[in-house]
Design a protein around this ligand. Structure first.
Ligand SMILES: Nc1ncnc2c1ncn2[C@@H]1O[C@H](COP(=O)(O)OP(=O)(O)OP(=O)(O)O)[C@@H](O)[C@H]1O
Ligand SMILES: [Mg+2]
Length: 243
């Protein structure tokens, strides 16, 4: 599968549906993530963003629709098999192990791997990306600031050596300087060859980091286009940029 621009799609989602009992949270969403890109998914509370991410990881049963990663159908794979293929989720709310140390939390991201040299190399790389964590490695994760906990959550996902990172609201609740740092990190990670699907309520951050974006509302894609175009769109401004 190739995207409109002719770049092969690393992730391709078609007709995705997610239901919770009688409630349809995602009602037939299509999206493409071209190889090498950061793609954003924006939308307000309850739009269905987290449901899309969890469905890609197969964290929820009973989802319908096609999900292909690097050309392979991943819809019927278990979550750990999807991680092995190269997809990692940084979940909403970080979901760290609060009483475990920072080092242990990071190591958990590599639990499916046995290449000890590679694991050590990726641990060094995470600490290069987030030098603030070096002095915190022996501390329990819950003793860190919100921004540092988000760094641990991203670092843990990187420890599985992913090709695609799914980031669910990484900047929520963080101070502007930390939002900037997380944004810079997303760009750095992408330049180093990890593609990113970025979920954000903060449309301004999402559109400045991504090349393409989907706006979802009540389980449907209501707009999509290049992030540059969406930034200029009056409807996006009115609904999501608070202007
Ligand atoms: N476990 C669940 N059981 C029942 N309904 C759910 C469940 N999780 C989500 N929903 C519903 O599905 C819809 C989409 O929720 P989802 O969490 O995917 O939205 P979201 O865009 O991530 O929202 P937010 O910005 O608040 O994180 C909402 O109506 C929500 O109430
Ligand atoms: Mg959510």
């Amino acid at each position: 599968m190739r995207t409109d621009a002719g770049t092969p799609a690393l992730l391709e989602v078609r007709g995705l549906q997610v239901r919770y009992g009688g409630v349809t949270a995602v009602d037939g969403i299509d999206l493409n993530l071209p190889l090498g890109s950061v793609v954003a998914l924006i939308g307000s509370n309850g739009a269905g963003k987290t449901s899309v991410m969890n469905a890609i990881m197969n964290l929820k049963t009973g989802c319908a629709g096609t999900r292909r990663f690097d050309g392979e159908d991943i819809a019927s794979l278990r979550t750990d098999q999807i991680v092995e293929r190269g997809v990692a989720l940084v979940p909403e709310g970080r979901r760290l192990f609060p009483h475990m140390t920072v080092r242990e939390n990071l190591a958990m991201g590599a639990y499916l791997r046995e290449d000890h040299t590679g694991i050590q190399r990726d641990m060094d790389r995470v600490l290069d990306i987030f030098p603030a964590l070096t002095a915190k490695l022996k501390q329990p994760a819950m003793s860190l600031s919100g921004g540092q906990q988000q760094m641990v959550a991203i670092g843990r996902a990187l420890m599985s050596s992913p090709r695609l990172l799914l980031l669910d609201e990484p900047t929520i609740g963080l101070a502007p300087a930390v939002v900037q740092l997380i944004g810079d990190t997303i760009q750095l990670i992408n330049r180093e060859g990890v593609d990113v699907l970025l979920v954000e309520q903060n449309a301004s951050v999402a559109l400045s980091l991504s090349s393409y974006a989907y706006v979802i509302d009540r389980g449907l894609v209501v707009m999509h286009g290049s992030s540059t175009d969406l930034k200029k769109d009056r409807r996006v401004h009115a609904a999501y940029l608070g202007l």
